[in-house]
Design a protein around this ligand. Structure first.
Ligand SMILES: C[S@@+](CC[C@H](N)C(=O)[O-])C[C@H]1O[C@@H](n2cnc3c(N)ncnc32)[C@H](O)[C@@H]1O
Length: 373
C-alpha cells in the first residue's frame, strides 16, 4: 500500500528530485525539525512516548539531588547555572525547581543552594517557557552543570550498511514504485568509516546501523560553555562494541507514534518521532577531545537513580499502599508505584545510560550510592 503523503514527505521528495538521494541524517532533519517536522509542528511532539520526566516527578527530584551534590563538589559557588539542552516542554526544569523549593528551610545549606541555582532550559524547537537554543550564547561561560535527557538520540543520524566487508552509506531516494527507499552508495563523510570501519569485517553482510555525527558539534558547543562543572547526559544507548553488534542487525532506529513502536521511517513522515541509540564511546571521545574528563564510569539509569535514593520513594509508596483501604487511593498508589518502577526497569528506562564528565571539577562522591539489587 502506498505510504500516505504528508507536507514533510513532499519537501523531502522535492529535494531528492532536485538533488538526488539525500543522507538519512538530512531526511531525519527535515522529518523532525524542518518546516513541517515532528518537533516543529508541535502537534504530537512529546506525546508519542513517555520520557523519564514525563513518567514521574521523582526523576526531577532525584536530578535536583544530583545537582546539589555537584554544587557541593564545586565548593558551593554563589551562582550555580544549570543548562538543560533539549528541554522539550520544560517538565524536568519544573520538577527540579519544585523539589529545590520544597526542600527550602530543611537546612541552611539547601537554602544557599536554592539561592545559587539558576536553571536555563533550551531547545531547538522549544515549548512552554523553554528558550530557543540560539539564545544559549547569551549566557557566556558558566560554573554549573549541563544536563540532557534524550537529547542525543534525537539528533539526525546517518545510516550505514556492510557490503563485502566494506562500509557503505544508506541514502534516501525514490524507488521505481515512487516510494521513498534506501539507496546504497559511498559514504558522504569519512567520519562514518572512522567510527565504524573496524566492525565491517565482523558484522554480517547487510547489517545496518546508525552513526550520529552531531555528537561532535554538541561536544564543541559545551567546550566554551563550561568554565567549571559537569555534563550529565542520559539517553538510550551503549558503548560502541555493544551498539554495533550482530544481534542488532537492523540497527537501533525506532519510530514512535501514539506510543506504538515502529521501524519504518518512511511512514507518517513528520508525524512520528524517530530516535537512534547513542554511541556512548563517541560521547566519551568527543568530550575528551574538547578537554572534559570522565568523572564516573558509565552507569545505567537504574543504578544512577538507586544511587540517588529512588529506593526511598519506592518504599514510601509501598508503605502507603499497605496502609490504604479506599479503592481510589489503592488505584492511585498502584499507578504511582508502577510509574516509579518503570524509571528503573532494566527492560526500559532503567537500561538507559548516564554519562558524567567534568571540567575543572572533582569527581562527585558516589561511594554512598545505594546500588540497585
Ligand atoms: C526526545 S525529546 C526529549 C525532551 C525532554 N528532554 C524529555 O526528556 O522529555 C528531544 C528534544 O531534543 C530537542 N533537540 C533536538 N536537537 C536539538 C539541539 N541541537 N539543541 C537543542 N535541542 C534539540 C528536540 O526539539 C526535542 O524537544
Amino acid at each position: 500500500m502506498p505510504e500516505e503523503s504528508t507536507p514533510a514527505r513532499q519537501i523531502i521528495e522535492a529535494e531528492i528530485r532536485a538533488k538526488g538521494p539525500i543522507t538519512f541524517a538530512r531526511f531525519m532533519e527535515i522529518a523532525l525539525y524542518g518546516e513541517h517536522g515532528y518537533y516543529t509542528a508541535l502537534v504530537n511532539a512529546g506525546v508519542d512516548y513517555a520520557t523519564s520526566p514525563q513518567m514521574h516527578p521523582a526523576f526531577g527530584s532525584l536530578i535536583a539531588g544530583y545537582l546539589f551534590k555537584a554544587w557541593q563538589a564545586l565548593g558551593e559557588p554563589a551562582t550555580f547555572d544549570v543548562v538543560e539542552l533539549g528541554a522539550g516542554d520544560g517538565g524536568l526544569a519544573l520538577d527540579v525547581l519544585d523539589a529545590v523549593e520544597s526542600g527550602q528551610s530543611v537546612s541552611d545549606q539547601v537554602d544557599r543552594f536554592g539561592e545559587a541555582l539558576r536553571y536555563h532550559a533550551f531547545d531547538l524547537r522549544p515549548r512552554g517557557s523553554v528558550r530557543r537554543i540560539d539564545e544559549l550564547s547569551e549566557l557566556g561561560s558558566i560554573v554549573g552543570c549541563v544536563i540532557s535527557n534524550e537529547l542525543l538520540d534525537a539528533f539526525p543520524a546517518h545510516i550505514f550498511t556492510v557490503r563485502g566487508g566494506e562500509v557503505l552509506e544508506c541514502f534516501v531516494g525514490i524507488g521505481g514504485d515512487s516510494e521513498l527507499a534506501f539507496v546504497e552508495g559511498d559514504v558522504s563523510s569519512n567520519e562514518i568509516v572512522n567510527r565504524v570501519g573496524e566492525y565491517a569485517s565482523v558484522l554480517p553482510e547487510g547489517y545496518r546501523g546508525e552513526v550520529n555525527l552531531d555528537i561532535e558539534t554538541w561536544a564543541n558547543s559545551l567546550a566554551g560553555l563550561l568554565k567549571s562543572g559537569y555534563v550529565l547526559t542520559i539517553d538510550y544507548g551503549y558503548e560502541r562494541d555493544t551498539l554495533y553488534h550482530p544481534v542488532r542487525r537492523e540497527g537501533s532506529l525506532r519510530c514512535y507514534r501514539d506510543h506504538v513502536l515502529g521501524q519504518n521511517p518512511f511512514r507518517d513522515v513528520g508525524l512520528q518521532d524517530m530516535t537512534a541509540h547513542v554511541d556512548f564511546t563517541a560521547v566519551r571521545e568527543e568530550l575528551r577531545e574538547v578537554g572534559l574528563r570522565e568523572v564516573s564510569p558509565l552507569l545505567t539509569q537504574r543504578d544512577f537513580l538507586f544511587g540517588l535514593g529512588i529506593g526511598d520513594y519506592i518504599r514510601q509508596v509501598r508503605r502507603e499502599l499497605v496502609k490504604s483501604v479506599a479503592e481510589i487511593e489503592v488505584h492511585g498508589l498502584t499507578s504511582e508505584l508502577r510509574r516509579l518502577n518503570s524509571l528503573v526497569d532494566s527492560r526500559g528506562l532503567g537500561d538507559f545510560r548516564v554519562s558524567q564528565f567534568g571540567v575543572n571539577a572533582p569527581s562527585i562522591e558516589i561511594s554512598d550510592l545505594e546500588f540497585a539489587p
